[in-house]
Design a protein around this ligand. Structure first.
Ligand code: GTQ
Ligand code: FE2
Length: 349
């Protein structure tokens, strides 16, 4: 006669064998899967600051020793989260890229989307035939599967922050990559900053929408960003939290890319933001001023051009230093990856 008790007994006789047989059958018992009943996200990623002062000498060394074209398609140093083998967060990579005067980084395209926050020098990224002039503080888009190349015809090194959704796209097994014919620069097909002329005022050409999943505007200038922030400071700026604006697709009001959202924040000297957390992860870059953030209970100091990561579901607040110029922060977030699925949550302290 088989009773519940003696069935449990027979199991207890050889539990190791039982679990081995389960593994052999390519199943895992749910009661042994860690995190199955975790009430909240427990991200593996940790907060971290990548410092301009520390990385610039390494970028310069890469400029002297790594030949663009033969040794590297892009002279870029991607930030690796200290808790990961690769990737700045589980969804995004961010890092500095250097193009020296006279250099060209030839055209290619890939399904991961990229945003570029210009930090130093002056040059061009051509996106699908549109040469986009990049100057410090400008946000430039190279959407997924758009041909893009970079060139520096000036006499100063060009350095910007790259932000891409590569870990997300690879996680979905959806990365494709292609070099332009003969690894060349693509020809210009329209005038410099053509999309700024068409879409930059938020007043857009009549007629059919582009129908693409990303913004048709390839550049959001720093001057326009500062103007918006300053206008809002006068009218509805919150003295405690500063002012935040989002970069939008002028045709839809949605995020600049289907996977990446970008924002800029003004934090007057001496001010502190309200503590918050959300399920999106964020890479911040300091475009002006200095201060610190408290992330997951620890203090992280930052200065101009540093970038830092706030992992998902981690409490954080920013503090602009006393006597600093007003702080402006750029933020890149994976929020658009979460929102369509009802997975975006946010809490304010
Ligand atoms: O500039 O095209 O940091 O394709 C990573 C992949 C930059 C780029 C990165 C890229 C690029
Ligand atoms: Fe690229």
């Amino acid at each position: 006669m088989t009773t519940v008790e003696n069935r449990i007994d027979s199991l207890a006789d050889s539990p190791a064998d039982f679990y081995e047989r389960l593994a052999g059958a390519h199943v895992v018992p749910l009661w042994r899967v860690p995190g199955t009943d975790a009430p909240e996200p427990e991200p593996a990623e940790v907060p971290h600051v990548w410092r301009w002062r520390e990385l610039i000498p390494l970028m310069e060394e890469a400029g002297r020793t790594i030949d663009l074209g033969s040794e590297a398609e892009r002279r870029a140093l991607n930030g690796v989260n200290p808790a990961r083998r690769w990737g700045t967060t589980h969804t995004m990579v961010a890092g500095y890229q250097l193009v020296l005067p006279g250099e060209e980084a030839t055209a290619h395209r890939h399904t991961p989307a990229a945003v570029r926050l210009m930090l130093a020098g002056r040059g061009h990224t051509t996106v699908e035939g549109e040469p986009v002039l990049m100057e410090p503080g400008d946000l430039v888009l190279t959407p997924g599967w758009n041909w893009h190349d970079h060139r520096n015809a000036g006499d100063e090194p060009m350095i910007w922050l790259d932000g891409l959704d590569v870990p997300f796209v690879r996680g979905l097994n959806a990365q494709f990559y292609e070099d332009f014919e003969d690894k060349r620069m693509q020809p210009a097909r329209v005038a410099e900053d053509d999309s700024v002329a068409r879409y930059g005022a938020g007043i857009v050409p009549a007629g059919p929408r582009t129908g693409r999943a990303h913004s048709p505007l390839m550049k959001y200038s720093y001057a326009a960003t500062l103007e918006s922030l300053e206008r809002l400071r006068e009218s509805e700026g919150d003295p405690e939290h500063g002012v935040t604006v989002e970069y939008t697709d002028p045709q839809t009001g949605g995020p600049v890319m289907p996977t990446l959202g970008c924002a800029a924040q003004l934090l007057p000297a001496g001010r502190r933001t309200r503590r918050r957390r959300h399920t999106s992860s964020t890479v911040f870059c300091v475009t002006r001023g200095s201060g610190h953030s408290v992330i997951g209970g620890r203090r992280y100091d930052w200065e101009q051009n540093d970038f830092f990561v706030v992992p998902s579901w981690t409490w954080y607040e920013h503090v602009a230093a006393d006597g600093s110029p007003d702080v402006t922060l750029f933020a890149m977030s994976d929020r658009p990856m979460l929102e369509p699925f009802g997975l975006y949550r946010e809490q304010l302290a």
